[in-house]
Design a protein around this ligand. Structure first.
Ligand SMILES: N=C(N)NCCCC[C@H](N)C(=O)O
Ligand SMILES: O=C(O)CCC(=O)C(=O)O
Ligand SMILES: [Fe+2]
Length: 327
């Protein structure tokens, strides 16, 4: 559970990425990184990731190109409108996103992992693609696709680090669990309070995220993401250039039998600037059956499962059906 943290730790993950053969547990520097990952997941549920190896050009580029898209006239943006008939892929205008039943002061483009129609059975039909990309800026599709590949790899390595920290098998989340992650990436635009929004409008209502691990690529010049500690105080995730803000999701709580719990967070853009952020949601496989793992049951609660199992696709569709004002 979140402690009374007053800041969000910064973790340099480069030692986890430097060995192409895998993570070298005998390296004392690696060991230190793993300890930090465990402590951050356990006490805060959030940490900054630096030393991730993803080029600044790509990280800034996807934000700039997304910003150029959000600057287009609404009519143009609505050409790629998200609905229940587009597999929940595409653009959603201001106030049409809902979090915890409240309308959010943000607009977004959602892109999920693409899959062959039929591959996930009847429930999978809800999410059948393809992703919808705009004609302008024409480079958005290619940049986001490159970004998705890079972020999936990074998420996988951080997830391995979290498991290794307690001495688990590094591939515990591979295969049927998250080896074929049904990831989502969202480009999000939050108007400044001088713009379309009224002052202090909630950009994204307080919530936890659904999946395994989330990496947020946020603008450098606006502080808007806030993370709640145990006393209920909101701790700002002040942008640190060159980092991602990483947090854990609901499914990691179940898999880890409560060792790690997601932390409530929200977004309020009180600045006069339009803010862009791009969370990458690293999720279980679409059809994953998520239940407390033996390894974590031994580490928590004396081998007893504290949570019932969940089929990720069912959990997801129940959430997503309530995420939009219009379909
Ligand atoms: N597949 C996933 N993870 N979707 C999460 C999107 C976030 C929706 C919204 N902010 C909410 O939290 O309700
Ligand atoms: O924009 C952000 O910084 C985070 C957004 C978020 O929490 C979400 O979309 O789940
Ligand atoms: Fe979130």
């Amino acid at each position: 559970m979140a402690s009374n943290f007053d800041s969000i730790p910064i973790i340099d993950v480069s030692p986890l990425l430097s060995n192409p053969e895998g993570i070298n547990m005998d390296d004392p520097i690696v060991f230190q990184v793993l300890e930090m990952l465990h402590a951050a997941c356990k006490n805060v549920g959030f940490f900054y990731v630096k030393g991730h190896g993803i080029s600044d050009t790509l990280v800034r580029g996807v934000r700039e190109v997304s910003r150029n898209f959000f600057n287009l006239p609404l009519e143009e943006k609505m050409k790629i409108k998200l609905s229940s008939t587009t597999g929940y892929r595409g653009y959603t205008k201001l106030l049409d996103n809902k979090t915890q039943g409240k309308q959010d002061m943000h607009e977004s483009i959602d892109a999920y992992k693409e899959f062959t129609p039929g591959a996930y059975g009847p429930i999978g039909e809800n999410f059948e693609g393809p992703n919808l990309w705009p004609a302008y800026p024409q480079e958005l599709k290619q940049m986001m696709e490159e970004y998705g590949v890079a972020l999936e790899k990074l998420s996988k390595m951080i997830t391995r680090g979290i498991v290794l920290a307690l001495g688990g098998s590094p591939d515990i989340f591979e295969g049927d669990r998250a080896g074929d992650s049904f990831w989502l990436m969202r480009s999000i635009g939050y108007p400044g309070s001088g713009g379309a929004a009224h002052p202090s409008a909630i950009g994204c209502e307080a919530h936890t995220d659904y999946g395994l691990l989330i990496l947020v690529n946020q603008d450098d010049n606006v502080t808007a993401l806030e993370v709640q500690n145990r006393s209920g105080e909101w701790i700002p995730a002040v942008p640190i250039p060159g980092t991602f803000v990483c947090n854990i999701g609901d499914m990691l709580k179940i898999w880890s039998n409560g060792m790690y719990e997601p932390t409530v967070h929200r977004v309020i853009n009180n600045s006069s600037e339009f803010r862009v952020s791009i969370p990458f949601f690293y999720e279980p496989n679409f059809n994953a059956v998520v239940e407390p793992l033996e390894f974590y049951k031994q580490k928590t609660g004396g081998g007893v499962a504290k949570f019932n199992k969940v089929v990720y696709a069912e959990y997801l569709i129940n959430k997503v059906r309530n995420n939009f004002v219009h379909e």
